[in-house]
Design a binder for this molecule. Structure first.
Ligand code: SIN
Length: 530
């Protein structure tokens, strides 16, 4: 058993920010299941929404966030994240993160603020179209220089260790984590009184996603198994514009392309967003994604197109170098031709239920970033609010967890017992189940839902869950098997939450109940393991 003052699971913006702060007061184990830069953050293109200009105000950013969230945002949390944002952005800049600037017309420089859907002002700080990569890279430089932080790459958390599971008669608390070391195959026991889940979201639960392969919902699944409260998993955000190309999966075409004037057209070259919302291409994401879905269903086309060709070539290349170069590598010159796009699963707005300080219902367990549901996003996340949430809640969780540190409980943690297990004889079974989950979630639990399709998904997932549990108990665990186990759990949580919300609100849209119902459903969907 190894002991640390803090265990951090995940190496995106929230996990890295927390680790850097925690390292000032104690030892930190930073656990990441692949390489340290493999995170959703590193893929974020658009940027960080924050009030940094005199033409903007906290009240406007708060209002835009509340409007996007369709009644379910927690206003106190929205206020805290928005108003504490500028201080956290200053910290990022102090740590070396670059954001683009432009001339201000008076011979000076100012931040170049981008615009995205649902924002009434330009307020998105960015570094070209690779903001997440820049943040990840700079924070990792700081992590590498910090001797208090032990980065454990290729280590996958198996389960949280709780006093409840150990059989102690006390308030259920998280006291550590069992972690699979991929290179040795050994499950290590790590102990800490503060464990921070910063494991990101669950995009891989869907067949088409803008997320990297690591986004398998590990934190939500583990927290649920440990007895923590989970909320709002029905609210999965579909990004309207993922590149549609046979040779490249999961490549996002940033919303900023629409913010800078890109228009959506159908296969006949007709603009269609004006028929769906007065804000057209810059309507909130749920509306744009549903409009594209409807357009594709109506015409039978496999995609729609995003056209930015009317903008100057130099502007396109300098503002969107990653998108330009990636598309060009696949034979598409976006300065000359519209980009084929489809909606894809992008962001999990629900998660482990926490307060504004990231405290879960399980003592000793904090959750920050996409894995958490603190009330900032409500029924639909406002674009680029999540990197901001990551830094603000990392700071708050750090302050809260250091304030409440307590004496270590006087017992040792048991080592992991693997029992009489064998190697998985047929890996095809894992990949088959994985694909089946992702396909059925796409077909039955997508942008437009019905009760019947959700029921069908629930039944199939129950069988898959039983199969996966059987593998888990009888075979040697591997990262693939653990991810599959988490995926099936999270898929079931999405379906269960969706079944219980009998209205349409934000990202949850069902043909059975087309209107929102504020009398019965103006509240979070809460679930916990019995
Ligand atoms: C984008 O660049 O479109 C993604 C931004 C976000 O999801 O917040």
């Amino acid at each position: 058993m190894r002991e640390f003052d803090f265990i951090v699971l995940g190496s995106g913006i929230a996990g890295l920010s927390f680790a850097l702060k925690a390292a000032k007061v104690g030892t930190v184990a930073l656990i990441t299941k692949r390489g340290r830069a493999d995170s959703n953050t590193a893929w974020a293109q658009g940027g960080v929404a924050c009030v940094m200009s005199d033409e903007d105000s906290f009240e406007l950013h708060i209002r835009d966030t509340l409007d996007a969230g369709v009644g379910l945002c927690h206003e106190d949390v929205v206020r805290a994240v928005v108003t504490e944002g500028p201080a956290r952005i200053d910290e990022l800049m102090y740590l070396g993160v670059h954001f683009d600037h432009r001339e201000n017309g008076n011979g000076g420089n100012e931040l170049d603020l981008g615009r995205e859907g649902g924002h009434s002002k330009r307020r998105v700080l960015h570094f070209q179209d690779a903001t997440g990569r820049e943040i990840e890279h700079r924070l990792l430089e700081q992590i590498a220089a910090n001797s208090q932080i032990e980065v454990m790459e290729n280590h996958m958390a198996v389960d949280l260790i709780t006093t409840g599971k150990l059989g102690y008669a006390m308030e259920n608390s998280c006291v550590g984590v069992y972690v699979l070391n991929e290179s040795t195959g050994v499950v290590e026991t790590l102990r800490s009184d503060v464990t921070v889940a910063a494991t990101g979201g669950c995009g891989k639960v869907y067949l088409y996603t803008t997320n990297p392969d690591v986004a398998t919902g590990d934190g939500v699944a583990m927290a649920w198994r440990a007895g923590a409260t989970i909320a709002n998993m029905e609210f999965i955000q579909f990004h309207p514009t993922c590149l549609y190309h046979p040779d490249i999966k999961s490549f996002l075409i940033s919303e900023v392309v629409r913010g800078e004037g890109g228009i959506l057209i159908n296969e006949r070259g007709q603009r269609f967003m004006e028929h769906h919302n007065p804000q057209k291409e810059l309507a909130p994401r749920d509306i744009v994604a549903r409009a594209i879905d409807a357009e594709m269903k109506r015409s039978g086309a496999k995609c729609v197109y995003l056209d930015i060709t009317h903008k100057p070539v130099d502007f396109i290349i300098s503002r969107f170098p990653t998108i330009y170069e990636t598309c060009l590598r696949y034979g598409l010159d976006i300065t000359k031709k519209p980009i084929p796009v489809v909606p894809a699963a992008h962001y999990q707005c629900g998660g482990v239920k926490v307060d504004i300080n990231g405290e879960t219902s399980l003592r000793g367990l904090f959750a920050i970033g996409e894995v958490a549901c603190n009330g900032l996003h409500g029924a639909n996340r406002l674009a680029s609010n999540s990197l901001l949430e990551g830094v603000v809640t990392a700071h708050r969780a750090f302050e809260k967890s250091t304030r409440q540190r307590r004496e270590r409980l006087p017992f040792d943690l048991p080592e992991w017992r693997s029992g009489e297990v064998q190697d998985v004889d047929e890996l095809v079974v894992i990949s088959h189940n994985w694909e089946e989950i992702r396909r059925l979630m796409w077909d039955y639990v997508g942008i437009v839902r019905t009760g019947k399709r959700l029921q069908r998904a629930a039944t199939r997932l129950r069988n898959l869950h039983a199969e996966v549990q059987e593998f888990y108990w009888n075979f040697k665990i591997s990262t693939d098997l653990l991810e599959l186990r988490n995926l099936v759990t999270v898929a079931s949580l999405v379906v269960d939450c969706a079944l219980s919300r009998k209205e349409s609100r934000g990202l949850h849209y069902t043909l059975d109940h087309l209107e929102r119902d504020d009398v019965r459903f103006l509240h979070d969907t809460i679930t916990r393991r019995n």
